[in-house]
Design a protein around this ligand. Sequence first.
Ligand code: PMP
Length: 405
Amino acid sequence: MPGTLSERPQLQHLTAQLDELKQKGTYFRLRVLDDVQAPVCTYDGKRVINLASNNYLGLTAHPKLREAAIEAIKMYGVGSGAVRTIAGTMKIHMELEEKIARFKNVEACVVFQSGFTANAGTVSSILGKEDFIISDELNHASIIDGARLSRAKIKVFRHKDVSHAEEILKEIASEPGRKLIITDGVFSMDGDIGPVDQLCDLAEKYGAIMMVDDAHASGVLGRNGRGSVDHFGCHGRVDIQVGTLSKAIGALGGYVCGSRDLIDFLYHRARPFLFSTSHPPSVTATCIAAFDLLESEPERIERLWDNTRYFKAELGGMGFDIGGLTTPASETPITPILVGDGKRTMEFSRALFDAGVMATGIAFPTVPEGKARIRTIMTSEHTREQLDQALETLERIARKMGILG
Ligand code: PMP
């Protein structure tokens, strides 16, 4: 009789790596949500104030979105049946793409299965090995993976350092390859805003393609949540805008906005589009309803920003290090609380959970060694009472652990 799979020698190197994480104190178990994603919800059987989700506008459980999904299932069933290029393009997919293109004020849009595949599928397909990618050092993993898959030469500039980006562009100015400048609109671990306007200036000066990943800016920055391009008034200057449908929009997916030919090209060459089945109609219908809400309920975005300003001011007043990571510090609903040591950060996160606050500890390799932090995220739906309770808990536990002096 063969033993269990765990006893086989084939994957023992994975077990050894997990043991190493356990020793370092950065091993984690997945927290399991028992009910609806909301400002107060139940993880692992415990009621907690939730400071960890990307559900910026509270749309994951909005009645109009639920209704849209149910109606779509009744009308179209639960699956699309194929990849987009074979038989899986439904009218509702086209409707969502047209809606996003109008919202973003661009010619065209294509939806991917996730923000990850939107970034990776785009960056990997539009460039080849003679080309250059000039990328902020804190850009999202999906951009890094897309860059590697493209086989283009990757040049990383220091975080938000436009002069460094320019130095790189000067160095490679005489090279024949195309150049792509790419930045996150909002950086996911620090919550600061990318210098989109200044990078657009560089792109124009050096004839580079300009791309922005607005995963955390869509639904958050700009008029009605139009994103960082709108925030900076850079319409018509960014060739490629990526966004996600998985955060503020409340459902799942990613999209790319740009010229008609860019989108047409991605139809023909982006591998996740070509080789992976399209969204079920319920997800697509949910997203259509969400974009309608961005226009009809702008007060959600105002509430998000009110909560963000309040929470940051209170945390800063308590003496937490929320600003030492970047210059300027986080300006968005993502507020990191710097702890430094990975193990201590994870202990802080666990103690917070036990005391009724869900705030994720983030350590290496997601952030650099020595920069571990608790990441907090506001939503429009948190009440002042919930925030006050979370703040009181953060302060109490941090003092007990010596994180606050
Ligand atoms: N870009 C950034 C900056 C992100 O933070 C994320 C999500 N972690 C993504 C892209 C990927 O989006 P999705 O979760 O929709 O795949």
